[in-house]
Design a protein around this ligand. Structure first.
Ligand SMILES: NC(=O)c1ccc[n+]([C@@H]2O[C@H](COP(=O)([O-])OP(=O)(O)OC[C@H]3O[C@@H](n4cnc5c(N)ncnc54)[C@H](O)[C@@H]3O)[C@@H](O)[C@H]2O)c1
Length: 343
């Protein structure tokens, strides 16, 4: 097991990986602290029915490392970490399970701060919070999604300026996948800026609302990759930029909220070769973590809007360096993050 962890590609010098268990509640959790050079590690707690423990280790290491890059590039005074609970979020949840996680976080003394993620809810986090103060985004001060949407919007503006040399989104067509918490708000901003929307979702209600309120054209979940558009905005699923979709996409810009948009790292190269400007996901979708961090650290929120808007400046820096060095934007975004968090 030890050899497996240290040799795992995403181990990448994790500072600390804790296997936390508690007999009474049945807790089996892994807490990964990748890097705390910029501050305590922050990242959500995922609950998932992993097929094997090795799969859970791989997932937590990958996600934790990703948080270091995301938090650093967002200019936040926090490092990267993540935790996973091994179990079925539909059948295995109890208050005691999350209280036991809270006790494990307390033992880490603030080196890692958790938050909700896939498979966990604000109610679960409230149970964690009964045992520790190292929990962020408890939901009492609002949903981070509108800030993620704002970051995507200013990111799309920066991409349009860089790729198309335009200051306005007026008349541009955006193919937007996923009208959820982030996607709908992003779509509303795009519409207000004069863009035309083509949207897909599996939720009929969201589609109806987008048609009625935003005048969006609706297409099927697979047809979204074939439409004539200037921007592709993935706001639902991961890995939608893959060899199949890249053959079909007409858009010259990819700017969306979804995590892990590239199916494999070499899709960043493929985008560049195809003349598509890819706004790296962890740069453009950082508005939500900025909001959560301000809230947790009790930072006065008057500077928060400007902080989220600086995502546009970071992206412009990434785009310009990618052109100067003939590198994929995904690689340059990693370099920008590393320059900030590596001592
Ligand atoms: N909420 C945030 O602040 C935040 C922050 C960073 C990243 N993200 C990422 O952005 C994405 C959207 O987050 P969200 O909070 O809006 O989630 P959400 O669950 O509210 O919305 C997702 C939407 O996608 C739709 N959808 C699901 N499958 C689809 C498919 N095959 N085709 C088209 N639509 C489909 C759902 O019906 C839903 O409307 C996720 O990938 C999430 O990880 C969110």
């Amino acid at each position: 097991m030890t050899a497996f962890v240290f040799n795992e590609i995403n181990f990448d010098n994790h500072e600390q990986v804790v296997f936390a268990s508690e007999a009474k509640s049945g807790l089996k959790a892994i807490i990964a602290v990748h890097n705390t050079n910029l501050g305590p590690a922050m990242g959500g707690c995922r609950m998932w029915n992993y097929a094997t423990e090795a799969e859970a280790v791989r997932d937590v290491l990958r996600l934790s490392r990703g948080m270091t890059y995301k938090n650093a590039v967002a200019g936040l005074p926090i490092g990267g970490g993540k935790s996973v609970i091994i179990g079925n979020p539909k059948t295995d949840k109890t208050p005691a399970l999350f209280e036991a996680l809270g006790e494990a976080l307390e033992r880490l003394g603030g080196r890692y701060i958790t938050a909700e993620d896939v498979g966990t809810s604000p109610a679960d986090m409230a149970n964690v919070a009964s045992k520790t103060k190292y929990v962020a985004g408890l939901g009492d001060r609002g949903d981070p999604s509108p800030f993620t949407a704002l970051g995507c919007f200013v990111g799309a503006q920066a991409a349009v300026k860089h790729k198309l040399g335009r200051d306005s989104l007026e008349g541009l067509v955006v193919a937007l996948q996923g009208l959820g918490h982030v996607g709908y708000d992003y779509a509303r901003r795009l519409k207000e800026a004069g863009a035309k929307l083509i949207v897909s979702d599996i939720d009929e209600g969201a589609l109806k609302r987008a048609k009625e309120e935003l005048g969006a054209e609706i297409v099927g979940t697979d047809a979204i990759y074939d439409v004539q558009a200037d921007i592709y905005a993935p706001c639902a699923l991961g890995a939608t930029v893959n060899p199949d979709t890249l053959k079909r996409l007409k858009a010259k810009i990819i700017a969306g909220a979804a995590n892990n948009q590239l199916s494999t790292p070499d899709m960043g190269i493929a985008c560049r070769e195809q003349g598509i400007l890819y706004a790296p996901d962890f740069v453009i979708n950082a508005g939500g973590i900025i909001k959560v961090c301000y809230e947790y650290m009790n930072t006065p929120e008057d500077g928060m809007d400007a902080h989220v808007r600086r995502i546009a400046d970071t992206l412009t820096e990434v785009f310009q360096r990618a052109d100067a060095d003939n590198l994929p934007t995904s690689v340059v975004a990693d370099q920008v993050a590393e320059a900030r968090f590596r001592k």
